[in-house]
Design a binder for this molecule. Structure first.
Ligand SMILES: NC(=O)c1ccc[n+]([C@@H]2O[C@H](COP(=O)([O-])OP(=O)(O)OC[C@H]3O[C@@H](n4cnc5c(N)ncnc54)[C@H](OP(=O)(O)O)[C@@H]3O)[C@@H](O)[C@H]2O)c1
Length: 274
């Protein structure tokens, strides 16, 4: 068990999305949620809008909240950890970090011994409650902590438990993935415009097409099965697919995930030691 209340340090794009999702899911009452951000004016405005409490100092968050969400940029994590260290205890707190590339050991080593930590890799779709997130537990985190994290991440999308060694690949795939999807949508839209469709219609069609295909696969269609459903012999789709294969789209996607994974690994190595 941890003590009640939620806290958020870093109320930027991702922090705000998590905050909104948690409130919408009813995981806590707004008055039991405290938020802190270096940008006080914006944070106060957000607190007012959502009915949560603003605290001016990060070090005051552990006093008010058992579940602390850390959503500052990776380079600011050290600063925040040194502020909250004194207030975070193994019995009363769970720290959930979404900072890309910051290893669990770095977080644990900064806090008092046996403090409970969970590292999460979410993605930008948190902002529309369709995140694909992965999480891994620190050495002192409990099964109850895992359930709480599933609830938190479930409030903004889907969550999968993985071993920490996979988080760089997760970063390269789903962390960066919304940008890849945006590029694919843009390309399809350009194709539609080239063939005479108005831009807005083309972009809406491209985005809705990716959404529809994704939904079919998520309910159980295999990607190859879906491709075969659409691809009739001698028809239009096989013409398009041949062009995509010639352009090495599949190989490019594989290489993109690989490159982003390696970059995530390299960035993370900077934090391997305190
Ligand atoms: N965006 C994504 O797609 C994505 C995906 C996966 C993971 N993440 C991770 O999520 C985290 C947040 O990313 P984001 O895109 O939400 O960044 P963001 O919009 O820049 O939000 C970070 C917030 O933290 C504030 N901040 C900086 N130092 C602080 C401190 N010492 N105490 C309190 N607040 C502080 C920043 O204020 P200022 O702006 O004034 O500096 C900003 O409002 C990052 O660690 C990132 O690696 C992001």
């Amino acid at each position: 068990m941890i003590k009640g209340g939620f806290g958020l340090i870093g109320a930027g794009k991702m922090g705000e999305a998590l905050l909104r999702g948690i409130l919408k899911a009813g995981l806590t009452r707004p008055e039991d949620f405290v938020i802190n951000d270096i940008n006080e004016a914006r944070c106060k405005e957000l607190a007012k809008e959502l009915g949560v409490k603003f605290v001016a100092r990060g070090e005051d968050v552990p006093e008010k909240a058992g579940c602390i969400l850390l959503a500052v940029k990776p380079q600011d994590v050290k600063n925040v950890l040194s502020r909250i260290r004194e207030g975070v205890s193994p019995k009363e707190h769970l720290l959930i970090s979404i900072a890309a590339g910051i290893p669990i050991r770095f977080l644990e080593d900064f806090l008092k011994p046996d403090c409970r930590v969970v590292r999460v890799m979410p993605n930008a779709a948190c902002m529309v409650s369709e995140a694909a997130s992965c999480y891994c537990l620190g050495k002192s985190a409990t099964k109850e902590d895992a359930l709480l994290v599933e609830k938190v991440l479930g409030a903004v999308g889907k969550a999968f438990k993985v071993e920490e060694k996979y988080l760089d690949a997760v970063t390269g795939l789903s962390g960066s993935g919304p940008a890849y999807a945006a590029l694919i949508i843009e390309g399809l839209s350009d194709g539609g415009v080239k063939m005479g469709l108005p831009r807005d219609t083309a972009t809406q069609l491209a985005a809705q097409t990716l959404l529809g295909a994704a939904k079919m696969i998520l309910i159980g269609y295999q990607p190859g099965q879906l491709r075969d459903i659409v691809t009739s012999p001698g028809g239009t789709t096989i013409e398009g697919l041949q062009v995509l294969e010639k352009g090495a789209v599949r190989a490019s996607l594989i290489a993109a995930v690989e490159a982003a994974t390696l970059k995530s690994k390299a960035l993370g190595e900077r934090f391997a030691e305190k």
